[in-house]
Design a protein. Sequence first.
Length: 585
Amino acid sequence: MHPHLTALHQALSMEQRAEAEEHARLAALPEDEQVAAGFAWPPLTVTAVERRGRRFFVTLQAERGVVLHDGIGPGDPVSVEGMAGTCIGIDERDAELIVPSRLPEGQALRITRRHDPITFVRYRQALERADEHASPLRQVLLGETEPTEGAPDVDLTRLEGLDDAQQTAALHALSASPLAVVHGPPGTGKTRMLAAVLDALVARGERTWALADSNAAVDHLALQAAKTGLEVVRLGHLARIGSDAAALALEARIAASHLGPALVALDREIARTEGAALRPLFDERRRLRDQARTLVLESADVIASTFGTLARLGPELPPATTAVVDEATQATEPAVWTAVPFIERLVLVGDPHQLGPVSKSESGLDRSLLQRLVEEARIPLPMLEIQYRMATPIREHVATVYGERYRDDPTAAAQRLDDLPPTTWVDTAGRDLHDAIDPTTRSLFNDGEARLLAHAVTQLRDAGIAPDRIGVITPYSAQVARLRREPALQDVEVATVNAFQGREKDAIAVSWVRSNEDGELGFVADGRRLTVALTRARAWLWLVGDSATLARHPRFAAIIERHEASGALQSAWEPPWSDVLDGAE
């Protein structure tokens, strides 16, 4: 195997071991600490069981007054009293699972997260497959040759509606061979540009794949591509596909095909049948579904998928000419290699100034393929320049990161949320709101900042801003858990900065958490995390943090100074913030 691919192969093994060790550590905790860490749910009672084909769909309910955490979410592998299953849905008290055997109604069960190494195995297999697949794309990715660029074979009408920088980037993506990379800063229309590229590729007769690391990013790209009139099929577990994209899912496409009614009739027959008579029905259903699946995939203009799903299904899919990857800095490099044996061309779009892949080990998997290519400086890197998301005062927080070319479209520059100031920093310096370590998760939280943030969101909602227009983000998972206990945030989305990358809301409130006498910032000092956090809001950005700790980092110092110069720096020693803290002390 090529030395670089060998190194990635070994890195995957290291990461797999780290995940297994973390799983074992959590599994050894007392049951109440497992629940607190998001590793297990409190005991749930089976309330309904339905057989569908060979699987059983089980609904379970928590005791009255118990609210289920989302440490286990839709699509996650679970263990149900030792039986392997999958979570397909969750709300405050109810969870729905798929299991291979019937569970008795009324039984109280214990559900924990299950460690499933299969994705690591498939990624290693993909690297081995890519090593055996000699192609110009493989050579470019390994630095053995340089990419080339020719005259683009494109119907320019397909690019109408893109701004000048987007058109330049799209033409590069359509003409570079076999690799193109585009730099897309926050709010510059990366996904819109990629949808236009997909449309142009299909117009010239290519079969395409639309890929990303996260389900949210795949959904967004699939929906944008579908808006251009393309026939898009979204692969993946239905539980992980957002409701907006559900109509594009493979299962939905199969149900809508001319074979859908026959499959429904077979399912009814299976539900009425027992014993040995089931086998021929299952065989007939498998044959009919495979036929419908083939027809749907063969007729698709675009197949949209995460890399995890592609690693499983890639060898079974119709080969594609070009794969485009959105939010490419979020994916590990081995993930992207899963596509390489099946395609001729690759288009990567992302932002090296935002967060890379999450890694639990020192394997080096936290550096994406796009980041590596940018660092090697071997390829052209056209940049999208006009941002359409943020009010000007918000965009100015990252102006030094992207330079003068990164500028506002007039529609974004004028973004306002009623009469609220576009950006505010509440400074907790001197209030002794120190960060603390959660003993179970070893993550950090800050109780005082949580109270201040809840009050800020209450003010926002009192101004008439709907909860679904508000996002609350923080670097630490323990602070996410602490914030979710605030009554004012019960129907507001609360997530880590990492989880919110690629997302946006009209209003964003940020808790930085770090406040300590030693000036320790930990990974809050990562400039990429700071860039992500500062660029999620369209019109209202509210920040709370301790300037005495955070200003030791030059970018934080500059942001705090900018707030002070504009009169947007407020002190937690003054009302209304002092009232919140003093009233709780």
